[in-house]
Design a protein. Structure first.
Length: 768
């Protein structure tokens, strides 16, 4: 054993340098730092060999470190992506489980729209939650979908509902800018959010949005999704859907918008309320320029088209709809529910409105409000025009719909003043009087009421035709008491007045309040030969498929006047315009008839008149009842009436009024028989009965009835009037403006007349 050489000795494992593999080099200590021996003495190692092998080892170490780092990143990136996918999948499963089953998902019904069109098929307005009808993609201007895709979702036609590229780009942009400047939602995601989800920004809502977007892409085509989006998205200023927005901002259908307008609409989607041209036209235009540039960059339009669109003036939209037709649109909405019940689907309402006449009505009122009206303290006006069937052809409910939506033509009740007198004279004709019947224009006392004419002068015996032409208040009061106030009220109701009327003596002077529309419609029986003309604006209501849901039946109206009465009233009312208080309303080439009306202290001024073609009524005044500066029915209203009616009859062939010849006279065969007793106009001799009844020497009987009549209880509309003063009438219109009114109930009490009372012999006998 001792003779063995050293090579045969067993070698124990060692941890010195020579026994280490090269991969442990990175963990080796230098010789100087190695601690050896049990006693802790330093152990000096053998020097390593230098040269090329050592450099190769170093290079291998460096190469292994870089590859290791890359491998490390790849490895952990893969691991994290797996865990991320698992986490996202878990969230999707969790929030997806909280949603209803996909088999029950359906597109919510779009809120129904009511499209209101004029008699010639032009759109007046759209009403409903959306404010516009739904259009197919093919029906709208092709610029609209192009502009929206260009600025909102350029890869719309290539992604599957989610756009990873767009999402990544938005994330990078938002991170680099440090704020939220881009969104990664596609049009499909936006539609899903609008259709199904609340606007709150939560993780659950975002997950559900993604799931719904994928479902939409699976269920519908790209064009269907885009059409759904464009018909429901909010465009600002209470406009939902592209049609509503187009009508709101441009006053025309989305079918007809040009490139610049389409770019403006697409630009609104970023911030509809802030960018609305009704709020900030410049901001809306600036955003439209961005959209045009995006369309050009994507090859949708040429440089020339961009230059043309950019040269257009910025769109300026009013803060609210403006125009008289919107008063009609509101009327239609009130009517539709009454006629067909709750609207559950899109409907089209055909109206009787003529947009040409509507514009002329607007222009006529604006001209006189801005001119003479401004000088005379008239701040508001209203107009309504109807044909012989009662169809409303034009209606303006006030000066500016954008500032006030209150319809003064339909809802405001005002005293008509002397414009009510035609019903008094109609009742008198039906009682047997004729235009040539004579009454005495002299002081009249009915109880304590003494109506007088404006100039405080009296003309003595006059025909009732002359009395109507000059609006003599004394004669109207006498006629009311002859036929009876209740009879006059019945005639007015029969002809079309729906408001309650106080059947008392002052009804002769129009103290009961009515609307302009019902008053105007009540004149139409004179024009059409005696038939009731119920005012209406809805002709037909149809659903989107053309099925008729309602159609009016005003084509067979009841007769309310005999033909001879209508013809006679036409003759008498033409004299109002040709030689009486309505001269300012005279039309060239047309027979026209009408009557003016003015109320206490010039608070209201009206003119209602007609031709064989159209009946129109106009009112001027102030909403708070503030008196105007001597504006009478024969003044501003008559002038505005002429302005409107002249424009309305332009190009039409003149035709005489019903029952009149071309000379304006009623044929003898149509005149009513003169069966009523005529008053004695000879000088009156005072008798003991005159003294008993209170008639002083020199006073004459104006009618067969006693001069002093029982005191009626007369409600005073519009406040108390001066007492014990002679009534004043308009020098042009002959209408009552100021004067005593019989005692009546005011605020639940009774106001007594304080003026002096004539003492009669009967008073002495009775001890009064």
């Amino acid at each position: 054993m001792a003779g063995r050489d050293k090579s045969s000795r067993r070698v124990e494992p060692s941890f010195d340098d020579r026994s280490r593999s090269s991969r442990d080099d990175d963990f080796r200590l230098d010789d100087e730092e190695r601690i050896g021996g049990r006693g802790g003495s330093k152990r000096k190692s053998k020097p390593e060999r230098s040269g090329a092998p050592r450099k190769q080892k170093r290079q291998r170490r460096r190469s292994g470190g870089l590859l290791g780092a890359i491998s490390f990143l790849i490895y952990w990136g893969f691991v994290l992506s797996i865990w991320g996918a698992i986490g996202i999948g878990g969230l999707v499963l969790y929030y997806g489980a909280r949603m209803p089953s996909a088999s029950s998902w359906t597109i919510p019904e779009r809120p129904p729209n009511v499209k209101i069109v004029s008699v010639d098929g032009k759109t007046i307005a759209n009403r409903g939650a959306t404010g516009g009808e739904a259009l197919s993609l093919d029906a709208m201007s092709p610029y609209i979908p192009q502009a929206v895709v260009a600025i909102e979702d350029r890869r719309f036609y290539s992604h599957f509902g989610i756009d990873p590229i767009g999402l990544a780009r938005a994330m990078v942009t938002n991170v680099t800018t440090g704020r939220m400047v881009q969104g990664g939602s596609t049009l499909t995601q936006q539609l899903a959010k609008n259709l199904f989800l609340s606007p709150e920004r939560t993780l659950e809502r975002k997950v559900q949005e993604v799931l719904l977007a994928i479902w939409l892409e699976h269920k519908y085509t790209k064009d269907q999704i885009l059409a759904l989006y464009l018909n429901r998205v909010f465009f600002g200023s209470n406009a939902y859907g592209v049609e509503a927005a187009s009508q709101r901002y441009f006053g025309k259908s989305a079918r007809d918008v040009n490139l610049g307008q389409a770019a403006l609409l697409a630009g609104l989607l970023k911030a509809p309320s802030r960018l609305s041209p009704a709020r900030d036209p410049k901001a809306a235009d600036d955003r439209a320029q961005v959209v045009l540039a995006a369309m050009r960059d994507q090859g949708m339009i040429s440089e020339t088209e961009v230059a043309t669109a950019m040269s257009q003036s910025p769109t300026k939209a009013k803060s609210y709809w403006s125009g008289g037709q919107y008063y009609v649109a509101d009327m239609v909405m009130d009517e539709v529910t009454r006629l067909i019940g709750e609207v559950k689907t899109d409907v089209v309402v055909d109206t009787t409105l003529d947009m040409g006449l509507e514009r002329k009505a607007d222009q006529a009122l604006a001209k006189f409000l801005d001119g003479e009206g401004a000088k005379q303290g008239a701040s508001q006006a209203a107009l309504v025009a109807i044909d012989g069937t009662g169809a409303i052809r034009a209606l303006v409910g006030g000066r500016d719909y954008a500032k006030s939506q209150f319809n003064r033509a339909m809802k405001a009740k005002r005293q008509p003043g002397s414009a009510f007198k035609p019903f008094v004279y109609t009742a008198a004709l039906e009682a047997g009087l004729t235009p040539d019947s004579v009454r005495d224009d002299a002081p009249v006392r009915i109880g304590n009421w003494t109506p007088e004419n404006y100039d405080e002068k009296y003309r003595g015996p006059v025909t009732i035709a002359t009395a109507l032409a000059n609006s003599l208040n004394t004669i109207a009061a006498q006629l009311v008491m002859e036929v009876g106030p209740a009879t006059v009220a019945q005639v007015a109701h029969r002809m079309g007045i729906d408001s309650e009327l106080q059947a008392n003596a002052s009804i002769a002077l129009g103290t009961s309040e009515v609307t302009l529309t019902e008053l105007t419609a009540s004149y139409a029986p004179f024009m059409n030969g005696g038939y009731k003309a119920t005012p209406h604006v809805v002709r037909r209501i149809s659903d989107a498929d053309g099925n008729v849901l309602y159609e009016n039946t005003y084509d067979t109206p009841p007769r309310v006047l005999q033909e001879n009465i209508a013809a006679t009233m036409n003759s008498m009312l033409t004299h109002v315009i040709t030689e009486g208080t309505g001269k300012a309303a005279r039309l060239d080439g047309w027979q026209a008839a009408g009557k003016s009306g003015t109320t206490q202290s010039f608070r209201d001024a009206l003119f209602v008149g007609y031709t064989s073609n159209l009946t129109a009524g106009i009112w001027f005044g102030n909403d708070d009842g503030t008196p105007m500066k001597k504006v009478t029915g024969g003044g501003l209203p008559a002038k505005a009436w002429k302005e409107f009616m002249t424009a309305a009859h332009k190009g039409l062939s003149p035709a005489p009024l019903f029952g009149l010849g071309v000379d304006g006279r009623v044929p003898q065969s149509m005149l009513p028989p003169a069966s009523a007793p005529q008053p004695n106009t000879e000088p009156h001799q005072t008798t003991i009965m005159d003294i008993i009844s209170g008639v002083l020497p020199g006073e004459r009987e104006p009618a067969p009835q006693p001069r002093v009549m029982p005191e009626p209880q007369v409600p005073v509309a519009g406040g108390p009037m001066p007492q014990d003063q002679g009534g004043m009438a308009d020098p042009q219109a002959g209408d009552i403006l100021e004067g005593p009114v019989p005692p009546g109930e005011i605020d639940g009490g009774t106001r007594q007349q304080n003026g002096s009372r004539k003492t009669t012999l009967l008073d002495v006998i009775m001890g009064n």
